[in-house]
Design a protein around this ligand. Sequence first.
Ligand code: UDP
Length: 329
Amino acid sequence: MKALVTGGAGFIGSHLVERLIRDGHEVIALDDLSSGRWENLAPVKDAPGLHRVEADITDKAAIRPHFEGVDWVFHLAGKADIVPSIEHPDIYYATNVQGTFNVLECGRAANIKRLIYAASSSCYGIPDVYPTPEDAAIRPQYPYALTKYLGEEMVLHWAQVYGLPALSLRLFNVYGPRSRTTGAYGAVFGVFLAQKLAGRPYTVVGDGSQSRDFTYVSDVADAFACAAASDISGKVFNVGSGHHYSINELVGHLGGAVEYIPKRPGEPDCTFADIRRIHAQLGWAAKVDFATGVARMLEAIELWREAPLWDAGSIHDATRSWFKYLGDH
Ligand code: UDP
C-alpha cells in the first residue's frame, strides 16, 4: 500500500511510519516540523519506500499533491498540550479542526481507500464510568480536547456523507521513546525522565494516587495498522492498555524523591479505557505491559537529556492559565 502519515516526524507518527515501512509499505511522512523532527525517523532513514515532505496541514494547496495515488491516510498531525490550547485556541482550531478538514477534502479528492484519525481520550473529560466505553458522555475540558473531538466528528461525518472509509482511534496516554522533549509543560514521562537525569525530585500532582491508562507507543502503531487493514468504517475505538497505573506506581518504577504540587482543575483522577470494542472488532490488544514499557523508557533515557527541566516553581508559573480558566469562575 501507499500510505501517507500526517505528523509522520512526530512521536507517535514516527513509530507508525517505522511500522508501516517494516510491513513493506511505501510511506510518505508529512510534517511541518513544528514539534516533530526528521531524526525521529533515523531507524528507517535509508528505506527506499520512505518519502519525507515538509508541509503544514493548514495549507491545503501545499498538501494536496501528496495525496495523489495514496491508499491509506493516517492523520496524526495536530497541536497537543493543554495550557497552550487555552492561551491560543485559534492555533488549535486552525490545525486540529481546519487542518483535519483539509486532510479529509484532499483525501476525498484523491479517492483514498481509508483514513485513520488519531483522536484523544480527553474527549471523555472526567468520566462517570470506568472502564470508559466509547459511548460514554463527551465532555471536553479545554480547547485541545474540544478541537480533537471536532476533528473526530468531521472524520465520522465524511464517512457518513461521502462514504469515505474512515475510523477514529481515541488514544489513551501514549508513552514511549521519542515522546516530546521540547516546548510546553506536559506529558508526565518527559517531565519525570528529565527530572531523573538531573537528580531532581519528581513533581507529583496531588497525592499521586491518580491513575492513567498508559499505552505503549508500539501497541498504538499496531492499532493503526489493524484499523487500516480492516474494512469497518464510521466507527470510534478506544486504544488503551485496558489497565490503569497510579503516578505513585510510576515513581516506584523510576525510583527517587518526590515533591508534591497542587492538583489541577478539570483533570480526571483516573483514565481507563474499555477496550472490548477494539478487541472484538479489530482483534487488537496491547502487548507491552507497564513494567516492560517503563524499562524501555529508562533504557532510552538519554533522549530526554535536552528536555526542559521542570520544578514546582516553574510548573506553577507555566500552569497559571490552567488554574485561571479551568478552576471555578
Ligand atoms: N503528573 C504529575 N506530575 C507532573 C505531570 C503530570 O504527577 O509533573 C500526573 C498528572 O496528574 C496525571 C498524569 O501524570 O495524573 C498524566 O499527566 P499527563 O499530563 O501526562 O497526561 P493527562 O493529564 O493529559 O492524562
